[in-house]
Ligand binder design. Structure first.
Ligand SMILES: [Zn+2]
Ligand SMILES: [Zn+2]
Length: 336
C-alpha cells in the first residue's frame, strides 16, 4: 500500500509498504478521507520528536475491508470513523475510569502507523459505524468534534450561560458551534479575522485579541460584563494560557484544552482569592464521547464540515502540512 511517512521534521515521504493484516479483534479500514490535526502539524514541525519514520494522521474515515478473528460487530463495507486513542484498560487510571490519561495508551498515527495511507488496522471497538445521514465531510471531523464535546461537557456551565473560547482553531470553533447550538452564549477570542467572522456568522460575540495591555483590559471587561462562567483555552500557546488566567472573571473556571509545552504564567493571588478553577480536558472518554458526538451530528445539532477550509490528495500531504503550519486554516482534509 501507499503510505505517507514523516521521516524527519518538515519532510514527508510517500512510500510503498506491506498492507497491514488485522490481528484477532481488529479490523482493517480502507481509508478515504483523513483530517489534518494540530497535533500532526506539531509532529511535522518537529515539536515532538519521533524515534523512527512513521505514517502520521489519526482523523480517519474509511470502509471496513477485512476483519480479524472474533470480530462480530462490524462487517466488510461498513463506513467507519476511527477513534485513534486506545487506552490499555489495565493501568490505575484506566481502572478508575480515566482512560483518556492512560499511561500505556496506543495512539494511531503517533505510537504506531496512522491514517495518511491506504489502510490502517485497529481494534474493532475503536471503529464507529457512521449512520448514512452523515456526509463524509461531517464524518471526517468526528474525532475533533469528540474533543470539543468532551471539553464543553467537562465544564460546569450550562445552556443559557455565557462561555468564552480563546483560540479558534478546529477545537475552539467546534466548541463554539456546539455551545451556540445548545443555547449557550459564546464570546470568541482570536487574532485571525476570518476565523472570528466564521464564529460571528454562527452567532458568537467575536472579539479580536492582540497582545497589548489595552486589548487585555477590554477582554477583562468583556468577560466580566457578559458574566462568563467558563473560559476554554484552545489557543495552545503559553500566551493564550496566561491570557485565560488574566481575563477569567471572579468565580469562573478555565478549561485548559490547549497543549503548550512552554511555561505559562498566572497570579496565584488572583486565582485563589477569586476562586477560579482550572480544569484540564484531554481528548475524550471511551466510548461515551464518540457515541455522543455521532448522535449530535446525526441529529444535525452540529455540522463539523463547516470548519473544513481545504482539501488535498495524499501525494500533496507535504504541501498541505506546510499550509496548515501557517495557522490560517481551520481544517484541511486529505483524500486518499
Ligand atoms: Zn486530532
Ligand atoms: Zn491505561
Amino acid at each position: 500500500m501507499t503510505g505517507a511517512f514523516l521521516i524527519k521534521p518538515n519532510v514527508i515521504e510517500i512510500r510503498e509498504v506491506n498492507t497491514p493484516e488485522p490481528k484477532s479483534g481488529e479490523v482493517r479500514v480502507r481509508l478515504n478521507r483523513v483530517g489534518i490535526c494540530g497535533s500532526d502539524v506539531h509532529l511535522f514541525l518537529g515539536h515532538r520528536p519521533l524515534s523512527q519514520p512513521i505514517i502520521i494522521g489519526h482523523e480517519g474515515l474509511g470502509i471496513v475491508d477485512k476483519m480479524g478473528e472474533s470480530v462480530t460487530t462490524l462487517k466488510a463495507g461498513d463506513r467507519v470513523v476511527i477513534e485513534p486513542n486506545i487506552p490499555c484498560r489495565q493501568c490505575v487510571y484506566c481502572l478508575s475510569g480515566r482512560g483518556n490519561i492512560c499511561i500505556n495508551k496506543r495512539v494511531i498515527g503517533l505510537t504506531e502507523n496512522g491514517c495518511f495511507a491506504e489502510y490502517v488496522t485497529l481494534p474493532s471497538a475503536f471503529c464507529w459505524r457512521v449512520p448514512d445521514e452523515i456526509s463524509d465531510d461531517d464524518a471526517v471531523a468526528v474525532e475533533p468534534s469528540a474533543v470539543a464535546c468532551h471539553a464543553l461537557f467537562t465544564s460546569t456551565s450550562k445552556p443559557g450561560d455565557t462561555i468564552a473560547v480563546i483560540g479558534l482553531g478546529a477545537i475552539g470553533l467546534l466548541i463554539t458551534q456546539l455551545a451556540l447550538r445548545l443555547g449557550y452564549k459564546v464570546v470568541a477570542i482570536e487574532l485571525n479575522e476570518n476565523k472570528l467572522a466564521l464564529a460571528a456568522g454562527w452567532g458568537a460575540i467575536s472579539i479580536k485579541s492582540v497582545n497589548s495591555d489595552p486589548a487585555k483590559s477590554a477582554l477583562i471587561n468583556a468577560c466580566s460584563n457578559y458574566n462568563v462562567s467558563s473560559l476554554f483555552e484552545c489557543g495552545g500557546s503559553e500566551y493564550t494560557a496566561s491570557l485565560a488566567t488574566t481575563i477569567a472573571p471572579r468565580g469562573s473556571e478555565i478549561i485548559l484544552a490547549g497543549l503548550s509545552e512552554k511555561l505559562a504564567t498566572f497570579q496565584p493571588l488572583k486565582i485563589v482569592r477569586e476562586g477560579i478553577h482550572i480544569i484540564p480536558s484531554i481528548i475524550y472518554g471511551h466510548p461515551g464521547d464518540f457515541r455522543r458526538t455521532i448522535q449530535l451530528i446525526q441529529s444535525k445539532v452540529i455540522c463539523p464540515r463547516k470548519i473544513i477550509s481545504g482539501t488535498f490528495r495524499l501525494p500533496q500531504l507535504q504541501e498541505a502540512l506546510e499550509l496548515a503550519s501557517r495557522g490560517n486554516e481551520t481544517k484541511l482534509v486529505v483524500t486518499i
